[in-house]
Design a protein around this ligand. Sequence first.
Ligand code: ATR
Length: 281
Amino acid sequence: MVEPFPRAFVIGYPVAHSLSPDLHGFWLRRYGIRGSYEKIEVPTENLEEFLKNLQTRNFVGGNVTIPHKEMTYQIVKNRNQSTTRLEAVNTLWVENNILMAGNTDSYGFAANMDDFVSGWRDAKTAMVLGAGGASRAVVLALINAGFEQIFIANRTTSRAIVLVDKMGSRCTAVDWDDIPTCLKQIQLLINTTSLGMKGQHSLEIDLSNLPKSAIVSDIVYNPLNTQLLEQARLLGLESVDGIGMLLHQAVPGFEKWFGLRPKVTDELRKFVLDRLSGDAM
Ligand code: ATR
């Protein structure tokens, strides 16, 4: 009998704009793997049924995107520690016939930082802008990397306070208006808000208070060169753009589904960026 080839997916609602099929399709072709990665639009009311039945459809797992990350976390109870801390799932896989849930966003953030600023883990103080799901993943990455003090600033301060309560004593909530003063004390600044994204306002923060040795990172990748990163470069600060987080967060899933750990290369980066600029036309 011919073995069925492994099928993976990304589920969301809507899911049309997901770049994951391009990314995983690139690796499937690059490594000559017989397998598929499909976009599947799943309305919220069908999510539980989809998750229950995926193994009978030969799916080996897949990615979960907006708006299903939190609900998938509630439904799939087999998960690792970092997923439990994030209370959101972006990757599913089957292990010994059991559906497993994980979150690779913290890994993706840290691996991207490792690629561009080898010494970033030596820094001890950071500020994270934003308090949504992406912020939480970045804060966890900073805790895992050994940061001692993490300031969290959000337009809605109450959300920053909730996040601080969840992430522990190394975190401190900061009022949005107090960002300029706080910049003096930090070695790494990360934007996780949607400000700076195509179609959104830019993030209007004066970075001149940052120490000269500070690193500025933006997880926005469309556009790749946000005004925040532009300003950081003009000030001579080290800067890290957001596309690598998207690429690296995909690595553990691909390895689990298709049995090979794929590489994040310049060629992949260029391929995905070309797809993005194509969408912009
Ligand atoms: P995600 O889960 O992707 O992080 P999210 O939960 O929608 O997305 O979070 C978006 C972040 O961008 C939030 O921190 C949001 O701030 P609020 O909590 O105050 O909404 C932030 N954000 C969005 N628009 C903003 C704006 N115009 N100014 C400042 N922050 C903004």
